[in-house]
Design a protein around this ligand. Structure first.
Ligand SMILES: Nc1ncnc2c1ncn2[C@@H]1O[C@H](COP(=O)(O)OP(=O)(O)OP(=O)(O)O)[C@@H](O)[C@H]1O
Length: 354
Protein backbone atom coordinates (compact mmCIF):
# COMPACT_ATOMS: atom_id res chain seq x y z
CA UNK A 1 0.00 0.00 0.00
CA UNK A 2 1.24 3.50 -0.80
CA UNK A 3 2.07 5.90 2.04
CA UNK A 4 -0.80 8.16 3.10
CA UNK A 5 -0.70 11.78 1.91
CA UNK A 6 -1.44 13.00 5.41
CA UNK A 7 -0.69 11.06 8.56
CA UNK A 8 -2.08 12.45 11.81
CA UNK A 9 -0.43 10.46 14.55
CA UNK A 10 -1.80 10.42 18.14
CA UNK A 11 -2.67 14.11 18.20
CA UNK A 12 -4.05 15.63 21.41
CA UNK A 13 -4.71 19.28 22.03
CA UNK A 14 -5.47 21.37 25.10
CA UNK A 15 -6.66 24.95 25.34
CA UNK A 16 -5.69 25.75 28.94
CA UNK A 17 -7.24 23.01 31.09
CA UNK A 18 -9.66 21.96 28.36
CA UNK A 19 -8.62 18.92 26.30
CA UNK A 20 -10.36 19.33 22.95
CA UNK A 21 -8.61 16.59 20.95
CA UNK A 22 -7.88 13.23 22.55
CA UNK A 23 -5.37 10.95 20.85
CA UNK A 24 -6.62 11.41 17.30
CA UNK A 25 -4.98 9.36 14.54
CA UNK A 26 -6.11 9.64 10.95
CA UNK A 27 -4.69 8.92 7.51
CA UNK A 28 -5.73 10.78 4.37
CA UNK A 29 -5.23 9.17 0.96
CA UNK A 30 -4.14 11.16 -2.14
CA UNK A 31 -7.08 12.37 -4.25
CA UNK A 32 -9.67 11.64 -1.55
CA UNK A 33 -12.52 13.80 -0.30
CA UNK A 34 -12.56 13.56 3.48
CA UNK A 35 -15.33 15.04 5.61
CA UNK A 36 -14.82 15.77 9.30
CA UNK A 37 -18.37 15.52 10.66
CA UNK A 38 -19.47 16.23 14.22
CA UNK A 39 -21.51 18.46 16.50
CA UNK A 40 -20.41 21.90 17.63
CA UNK A 41 -17.45 21.67 19.98
CA UNK A 42 -16.38 18.17 18.89
CA UNK A 43 -12.96 19.45 17.78
CA UNK A 44 -13.30 19.49 13.98
CA UNK A 45 -12.05 23.04 13.47
CA UNK A 46 -9.18 22.51 15.90
CA UNK A 47 -8.07 19.44 13.94
CA UNK A 48 -8.32 21.38 10.65
CA UNK A 49 -6.34 24.27 12.19
CA UNK A 50 -3.64 21.80 13.22
CA UNK A 51 -3.52 20.49 9.64
CA UNK A 52 -3.31 24.05 8.29
CA UNK A 53 -0.56 25.05 10.72
CA UNK A 54 -2.61 27.64 12.62
CA UNK A 55 -2.43 25.57 15.84
CA UNK A 56 0.47 23.40 17.04
CA UNK A 57 -0.87 20.31 18.84
CA UNK A 58 -0.02 19.75 22.52
CA UNK A 59 0.95 16.16 21.65
CA UNK A 60 1.38 14.03 18.55
CA UNK A 61 2.62 14.68 15.03
CA UNK A 62 1.32 15.60 11.59
CA UNK A 63 3.12 14.29 8.51
CA UNK A 64 2.28 15.57 5.03
CA UNK A 65 3.87 13.69 2.11
CA UNK A 66 6.04 11.94 4.68
CA UNK A 67 7.44 15.18 6.10
CA UNK A 68 6.98 16.19 9.73
CA UNK A 69 4.90 19.39 9.45
CA UNK A 70 3.77 19.55 13.09
CA UNK A 71 5.38 22.94 13.75
CA UNK A 72 5.67 24.25 10.18
CA UNK A 73 3.84 27.61 9.73
CA UNK A 74 0.81 27.81 7.36
CA UNK A 75 2.60 29.53 4.46
CA UNK A 76 5.43 26.98 4.49
CA UNK A 77 3.34 23.81 4.30
CA UNK A 78 1.61 22.32 1.23
CA UNK A 79 -1.91 23.14 2.45
CA UNK A 80 -4.37 25.98 1.79
CA UNK A 81 -7.46 26.75 3.85
CA UNK A 82 -10.78 28.03 2.50
CA UNK A 83 -12.85 29.69 5.22
CA UNK A 84 -16.60 30.14 5.42
CA UNK A 85 -16.44 33.92 4.94
CA UNK A 86 -14.37 33.73 1.68
CA UNK A 87 -12.23 36.78 2.71
CA UNK A 88 -11.93 38.13 -0.84
CA UNK A 89 -10.35 41.58 -1.27
CA UNK A 90 -13.30 43.82 -2.24
CA UNK A 91 -11.26 46.42 -4.14
CA UNK A 92 -9.45 43.86 -6.32
CA UNK A 93 -10.84 42.22 -9.44
CA UNK A 94 -11.72 38.54 -9.31
CA UNK A 95 -8.64 37.77 -11.42
CA UNK A 96 -6.34 39.63 -9.01
CA UNK A 97 -7.95 37.94 -6.03
CA UNK A 98 -7.32 34.53 -7.56
CA UNK A 99 -3.75 35.46 -8.50
CA UNK A 100 -2.95 36.93 -5.08
CA UNK A 101 -1.18 33.88 -3.65
CA UNK A 102 1.01 33.62 -6.75
CA UNK A 103 1.92 37.30 -6.41
CA UNK A 104 3.06 36.60 -2.86
CA UNK A 105 5.24 33.82 -4.28
CA UNK A 106 6.82 36.33 -6.72
CA UNK A 107 5.25 34.84 -9.86
CA UNK A 108 5.24 37.30 -12.80
CA UNK A 109 2.06 39.05 -13.98
CA UNK A 110 1.51 37.19 -17.24
CA UNK A 111 1.90 33.76 -15.60
CA UNK A 112 -0.36 34.86 -12.73
CA UNK A 113 -3.10 35.96 -15.11
CA UNK A 114 -2.87 32.74 -17.13
CA UNK A 115 -3.01 30.55 -14.03
CA UNK A 116 -5.85 32.61 -12.53
CA UNK A 117 -7.84 32.23 -15.76
CA UNK A 118 -7.22 28.47 -15.69
CA UNK A 119 -8.33 28.21 -12.05
CA UNK A 120 -11.45 30.27 -12.72
CA UNK A 121 -12.31 28.05 -15.69
CA UNK A 122 -11.92 25.05 -13.39
CA UNK A 123 -14.64 26.38 -11.08
CA UNK A 124 -16.87 27.46 -14.01
CA UNK A 125 -16.25 31.20 -13.68
CA UNK A 126 -14.00 32.00 -16.65
CA UNK A 127 -16.11 35.04 -17.53
CA UNK A 128 -15.75 36.65 -14.07
CA UNK A 129 -12.04 37.53 -14.41
CA UNK A 130 -12.52 41.31 -14.64
CA UNK A 131 -15.46 41.59 -12.24
CA UNK A 132 -15.34 42.80 -8.63
CA UNK A 133 -16.42 40.40 -5.84
CA UNK A 134 -19.54 42.48 -5.06
CA UNK A 135 -20.84 41.83 -8.59
CA UNK A 136 -21.03 38.09 -7.85
CA UNK A 137 -23.56 35.96 -5.96
CA UNK A 138 -22.64 34.19 -2.69
CA UNK A 139 -22.14 30.88 -4.49
CA UNK A 140 -19.93 32.52 -7.13
CA UNK A 141 -17.83 34.25 -4.46
CA UNK A 142 -17.31 30.90 -2.79
CA UNK A 143 -16.11 29.46 -6.10
CA UNK A 144 -13.67 32.36 -6.48
CA UNK A 145 -12.32 31.57 -3.01
CA UNK A 146 -11.89 27.98 -4.14
CA UNK A 147 -10.09 29.04 -7.33
CA UNK A 148 -7.81 31.29 -5.27
CA UNK A 149 -6.91 28.33 -3.06
CA UNK A 150 -6.44 25.88 -5.92
CA UNK A 151 -4.28 28.16 -8.07
CA UNK A 152 -1.28 27.60 -5.82
CA UNK A 153 -1.66 23.85 -6.29
CA UNK A 154 -1.66 22.72 -2.65
CA UNK A 155 -1.23 19.03 -1.84
CA UNK A 156 -4.22 19.29 0.50
CA UNK A 157 -7.09 21.76 0.44
CA UNK A 158 -8.68 22.41 3.83
CA UNK A 159 -12.26 23.70 3.90
CA UNK A 160 -13.87 25.00 7.10
CA UNK A 161 -17.68 24.97 6.75
CA UNK A 162 -17.21 26.36 3.22
CA UNK A 163 -20.93 26.34 2.45
CA UNK A 164 -22.12 27.55 5.86
CA UNK A 165 -23.04 31.05 4.66
CA UNK A 166 -25.21 29.85 1.76
CA UNK A 167 -28.95 29.21 1.82
CA UNK A 168 -30.07 25.59 1.71
CA UNK A 169 -30.84 25.39 -2.02
CA UNK A 170 -27.55 26.98 -3.06
CA UNK A 171 -25.75 24.86 -0.50
CA UNK A 172 -27.03 21.64 -2.08
CA UNK A 173 -26.13 22.93 -5.56
CA UNK A 174 -22.63 23.93 -4.44
CA UNK A 175 -22.12 20.49 -2.91
CA UNK A 176 -22.51 18.92 -6.35
CA UNK A 177 -20.10 21.48 -7.79
CA UNK A 178 -17.51 21.02 -5.05
CA UNK A 179 -17.49 17.28 -5.59
CA UNK A 180 -17.17 17.70 -9.36
CA UNK A 181 -14.32 20.22 -8.96
CA UNK A 182 -12.49 17.96 -6.51
CA UNK A 183 -12.70 15.01 -8.90
CA UNK A 184 -11.50 17.24 -11.77
CA UNK A 185 -8.41 18.58 -9.96
CA UNK A 186 -7.63 15.40 -8.02
CA UNK A 187 -6.37 17.38 -4.97
CA UNK A 188 -7.18 15.85 -1.57
CA UNK A 189 -9.94 17.89 0.12
CA UNK A 190 -10.54 17.84 3.88
CA UNK A 191 -13.83 19.54 4.66
CA UNK A 192 -15.37 20.33 8.05
CA UNK A 193 -19.15 20.32 8.48
CA UNK A 194 -21.84 19.52 11.04
CA UNK A 195 -24.29 18.76 8.23
CA UNK A 196 -24.71 14.99 7.82
CA UNK A 197 -26.38 15.35 4.41
CA UNK A 198 -23.38 17.33 3.22
CA UNK A 199 -21.13 14.56 4.54
CA UNK A 200 -23.04 11.85 2.73
CA UNK A 201 -23.18 13.83 -0.51
CA UNK A 202 -19.49 14.69 -0.65
CA UNK A 203 -17.29 12.28 1.26
CA UNK A 204 -15.25 9.39 -0.04
CA UNK A 205 -14.14 9.06 3.55
CA UNK A 206 -16.30 10.25 6.43
CA UNK A 207 -14.79 10.88 9.89
CA UNK A 208 -17.38 11.17 12.67
CA UNK A 209 -16.08 13.18 15.63
CA UNK A 210 -17.51 13.51 19.12
CA UNK A 211 -15.98 15.12 22.17
CA UNK A 212 -12.46 15.33 20.75
CA UNK A 213 -12.32 11.75 19.49
CA UNK A 214 -12.94 9.90 16.25
CA UNK A 215 -16.05 7.76 16.84
CA UNK A 216 -16.24 6.19 13.42
CA UNK A 217 -14.65 6.52 9.99
CA UNK A 218 -15.06 5.00 6.56
CA UNK A 219 -16.95 5.41 3.31
CA UNK A 220 -20.27 7.15 4.09
CA UNK A 221 -22.25 4.15 2.80
CA UNK A 222 -20.52 1.92 5.38
CA UNK A 223 -20.85 4.44 8.22
CA UNK A 224 -24.57 4.74 7.47
CA UNK A 225 -25.27 1.04 6.97
CA UNK A 226 -23.07 -0.23 9.81
CA UNK A 227 -22.26 2.60 12.24
CA UNK A 228 -19.62 1.59 14.74
CA UNK A 229 -21.10 3.35 17.76
CA UNK A 230 -24.39 4.60 19.15
CA UNK A 231 -23.27 8.21 18.58
CA UNK A 232 -22.46 7.50 14.95
CA UNK A 233 -25.84 5.75 14.46
CA UNK A 234 -27.72 8.81 15.68
CA UNK A 235 -25.52 11.58 14.26
CA UNK A 236 -25.05 10.24 10.73
CA UNK A 237 -28.75 9.77 9.97
CA UNK A 238 -31.41 8.81 12.51
CA UNK A 239 -31.93 5.51 14.30
CA UNK A 240 -34.25 3.87 16.78
CA UNK A 241 -32.05 2.52 19.56
CA UNK A 242 -33.01 -0.54 21.63
CA UNK A 243 -31.00 -1.40 24.72
CA UNK A 244 -30.74 -5.09 25.51
CA UNK A 245 -29.02 -7.88 27.43
CA UNK A 246 -27.81 -11.13 25.87
CA UNK A 247 -29.71 -13.99 27.56
CA UNK A 248 -28.74 -16.98 25.42
CA UNK A 249 -26.15 -17.76 22.78
CA UNK A 250 -25.35 -20.71 20.55
CA UNK A 251 -22.64 -20.98 17.89
CA UNK A 252 -24.78 -19.21 15.33
CA UNK A 253 -27.39 -17.09 17.10
CA UNK A 254 -27.84 -15.04 20.25
CA UNK A 255 -31.02 -13.91 21.97
CA UNK A 256 -31.17 -10.36 23.26
CA UNK A 257 -33.83 -9.38 25.83
CA UNK A 258 -35.15 -5.89 25.02
CA UNK A 259 -37.97 -3.77 26.52
CA UNK A 260 -40.17 -4.94 23.64
CA UNK A 261 -39.35 -8.65 23.85
CA UNK A 262 -36.59 -11.03 22.75
CA UNK A 263 -34.71 -10.37 19.53
CA UNK A 264 -32.68 -13.09 17.88
CA UNK A 265 -29.44 -12.03 16.16
CA UNK A 266 -26.87 -13.92 14.12
CA UNK A 267 -23.52 -14.57 15.82
CA UNK A 268 -22.46 -15.69 19.29
CA UNK A 269 -22.44 -12.86 21.84
CA UNK A 270 -21.29 -13.19 25.47
CA UNK A 271 -24.26 -14.13 27.67
CA UNK A 272 -24.98 -11.36 30.21
CA UNK A 273 -23.42 -8.59 28.12
CA UNK A 274 -25.39 -5.42 27.48
CA UNK A 275 -25.76 -4.31 23.88
CA UNK A 276 -27.46 -1.59 21.86
CA UNK A 277 -29.39 -2.30 18.68
CA UNK A 278 -30.03 0.35 16.05
CA UNK A 279 -32.65 0.34 13.32
CA UNK A 280 -32.71 2.89 10.51
CA UNK A 281 -36.09 4.64 9.86
CA UNK A 282 -36.49 3.10 6.39
CA UNK A 283 -36.22 -0.41 7.89
CA UNK A 284 -38.96 -0.10 10.51
CA UNK A 285 -42.26 -1.59 9.39
CA UNK A 286 -45.61 -0.43 10.78
CA UNK A 287 -47.39 -3.79 10.85
CA UNK A 288 -45.97 -7.29 10.71
CA UNK A 289 -42.78 -7.83 8.67
CA UNK A 290 -42.92 -11.21 6.98
CA UNK A 291 -40.13 -13.31 8.45
CA UNK A 292 -39.10 -10.36 10.62
CA UNK A 293 -39.04 -9.67 14.31
CA UNK A 294 -41.94 -8.05 16.16
CA UNK A 295 -40.95 -5.03 18.28
CA UNK A 296 -44.19 -4.64 20.21
CA UNK A 297 -46.94 -2.09 19.74
CA UNK A 298 -46.60 1.68 19.51
CA UNK A 299 -48.80 4.72 19.44
CA UNK A 300 -48.12 7.18 16.66
CA UNK A 301 -47.25 10.59 18.15
CA UNK A 302 -46.40 12.61 15.06
CA UNK A 303 -46.50 12.34 11.28
CA UNK A 304 -44.40 14.84 9.32
CA UNK A 305 -44.97 15.14 5.58
CA UNK A 306 -41.58 15.65 3.86
CA UNK A 307 -42.52 15.67 0.19
CA UNK A 308 -41.32 12.30 -1.05
CA UNK A 309 -41.94 10.50 2.27
CA UNK A 310 -43.52 10.77 5.70
CA UNK A 311 -41.47 10.75 8.89
CA UNK A 312 -43.43 8.95 11.60
CA UNK A 313 -42.67 9.11 15.32
CA UNK A 314 -44.25 6.52 17.60
CA UNK A 315 -43.97 5.70 21.31
CA UNK A 316 -43.73 2.10 22.48
CA UNK A 317 -46.74 0.93 24.50
CA UNK A 318 -44.58 -1.59 26.40
CA UNK A 319 -41.85 0.98 27.26
CA UNK A 320 -42.85 4.65 26.82
CA UNK A 321 -39.20 5.72 27.05
CA UNK A 322 -38.65 3.98 23.69
CA UNK A 323 -39.29 6.19 20.65
CA UNK A 324 -39.50 4.72 17.17
CA UNK A 325 -38.59 6.76 14.08
CA UNK A 326 -39.93 5.40 10.80
CA UNK A 327 -39.82 6.58 7.21
CA UNK A 328 -42.93 5.69 5.22
CA UNK A 329 -44.07 6.38 1.66
CA UNK A 330 -45.78 9.77 1.20
CA UNK A 331 -49.00 7.90 0.44
CA UNK A 332 -49.13 6.18 3.89
CA UNK A 333 -52.41 6.94 5.69
CA UNK A 334 -51.13 6.63 9.29
CA UNK A 335 -52.25 9.36 11.74
CA UNK A 336 -51.28 10.53 15.24
CA UNK A 337 -53.08 8.41 17.85
CA UNK A 338 -53.08 5.23 15.72
CA UNK A 339 -51.90 2.07 17.49
CA UNK A 340 -49.68 -0.02 15.27
CA UNK A 341 -47.57 -3.15 15.42
CA UNK A 342 -43.89 -2.40 14.89
CA UNK A 343 -41.52 -4.85 13.30
CA UNK A 344 -38.40 -5.10 11.21
CA UNK A 345 -36.34 -7.51 9.20
CA UNK A 346 -33.71 -9.19 11.42
CA UNK A 347 -31.01 -8.49 8.81
CA UNK A 348 -31.59 -4.77 9.22
CA UNK A 349 -30.83 -4.68 12.95
CA UNK A 350 -27.44 -3.10 13.60
CA UNK A 351 -25.51 -4.33 16.62
CA UNK A 352 -23.58 -1.46 18.19
CA UNK A 353 -20.36 -1.98 20.00
CA UNK A 354 -20.81 0.62 22.75
N1 LIG B 1 -8.67 29.36 20.72
C1 LIG B 1 -9.36 28.67 21.63
N2 LIG B 1 -9.20 28.87 22.95
C2 LIG B 1 -9.88 28.15 23.85
N3 LIG B 1 -10.76 27.20 23.56
C3 LIG B 1 -11.00 26.95 22.26
C4 LIG B 1 -10.31 27.68 21.22
N4 LIG B 1 -10.74 27.21 20.03
C5 LIG B 1 -11.66 26.25 20.30
N5 LIG B 1 -11.82 26.10 21.64
C6 LIG B 1 -12.69 25.10 22.30
O1 LIG B 1 -12.35 23.83 21.80
C7 LIG B 1 -13.50 23.01 21.64
C8 LIG B 1 -13.53 22.47 20.24
O2 LIG B 1 -13.74 23.55 19.35
P1 LIG B 1 -13.75 23.39 17.77
O3 LIG B 1 -13.99 24.75 17.18
O4 LIG B 1 -12.56 22.64 17.34
O5 LIG B 1 -15.04 22.49 17.57
P2 LIG B 1 -15.92 22.28 16.29
O6 LIG B 1 -16.29 20.84 16.28
O7 LIG B 1 -15.23 22.80 15.08
O8 LIG B 1 -17.18 23.16 16.61
P3 LIG B 1 -17.99 24.18 15.67
O9 LIG B 1 -18.74 23.32 14.69
O10 LIG B 1 -18.88 24.88 16.63
O11 LIG B 1 -16.97 25.07 15.03
C9 LIG B 1 -14.69 23.87 22.00
O12 LIG B 1 -15.07 23.55 23.31
C10 LIG B 1 -14.15 25.28 21.92
O13 LIG B 1 -14.82 26.12 22.84
Amino acid sequence: MSAPLVDISSVSHRFGQHTVLKDVSLQIEPGSYTILLGPSGSGKTTLLSILGGFVTPSEGKVFIRGEDCTSVPPAKRPTTTVFQDYALFPHMSVGSNVGFGLRMQGVDGATRAAKAREALALVGLASAFDKKPHQLSGGQRQRVALARALVIEPAVLLLDEPLGALDLKLRRQMQDELKAIQKRVGTAFIHVTHDQEEAMALADHCVVMNDGRIEDEGPPERVYARPATRFSATFMGESTILAGTVTEASDRTSTVATPVGPVSLPGALPVGSTVALAIRPEHLVLGEARGGVRLGTAEVSDVVFQGSFKRVLAVSVEDPSLHFIAKLPATATVQPGDRVAISCDTDQIILLTD
